[in-house]
Design a protein around this ligand. Structure first.
Ligand code: HEC
Length: 149
């Protein structure tokens, strides 16, 4: 009985430690993105322009996670001069499924976003789903995929 009482708080603290570690891993994996999207997710201002758009409330970030994976893995075709930066393919930067899941979960659950977390198993499926796409996706294609959700 005494042992059981001791174990309950130990398990509880282990669980909360895991949750914190995940957020820390996400924050770490997000460092690449923050170069353009800023630490607060709102996009880094550069003079009177922006490096990249805000990720706050973005449908690509908070909607079907396969689209977020598509954008990170393949990038977005640069079609205008609205942003100083470019959303290049980051497939090489995230060879590890868990690391990509960490960064996806982080952007979906930070900056006021409240979408569900993504697992390494999900990421493995998204890699297969988009394996035939070899170049950055156009905004038109993204809009079409968003509409099909
Ligand atoms: C070198 C700069 C740069 C880096 C690094 C970068 N992005 Fe981007 N990102 C952009 C730019 C620029 C756009 C807008 C692309 C366009 O429309 O031409 C963009 C667009 C996006 C979008 C689409 C947002 C919307 O709603 O339209 C998402 C999602 C996104 N980035 C997520 C990420 C994530 C997550 C990372 C890190 C894994 C990341 N980006 C790293 C520059 C960057």
């Amino acid at each position: 009985m005494k042992l059981k009482l001791l174990l309950v708080p130990t398990i509880a603290s282990l669980l909360s430690f895991t949750a914190q570690a995940d957020e820390a891993a996400g924050k770490m994996a997000y460092m690449i993105c923050s170069a353009c999207h800023n630490a607060d997710g709102q996009g880094l201002p550069l003079g009177d322009k922006m490096m990249a758009p805000s990720l706050v409330g973005s449908k690509i970030v908070t909607g079907d996670p396969s689209l977020l994976a598509l954008v990170i893995l393949k990038g977005i075709k640069k079609e205008g001069a609205e942003y100083m930066g470019m959303m290049a393919s980051l497939e090489m930067a995230y060879p590890d499924d868990q690391k990509l899941a960490d960064v996806m979960s982080y952007v979906r659950q930070s900056f006021g976003n409240t979408a569900a977390a993504v697992t390494a198993e999900d990421v493995a499926k998204f890699r297969v789903q988009w394996q035939d796409i070899k170049e950055p996706v156009s905004r038109a294609k993204l809009a079409e995929l968003l509409g099909a959700e």
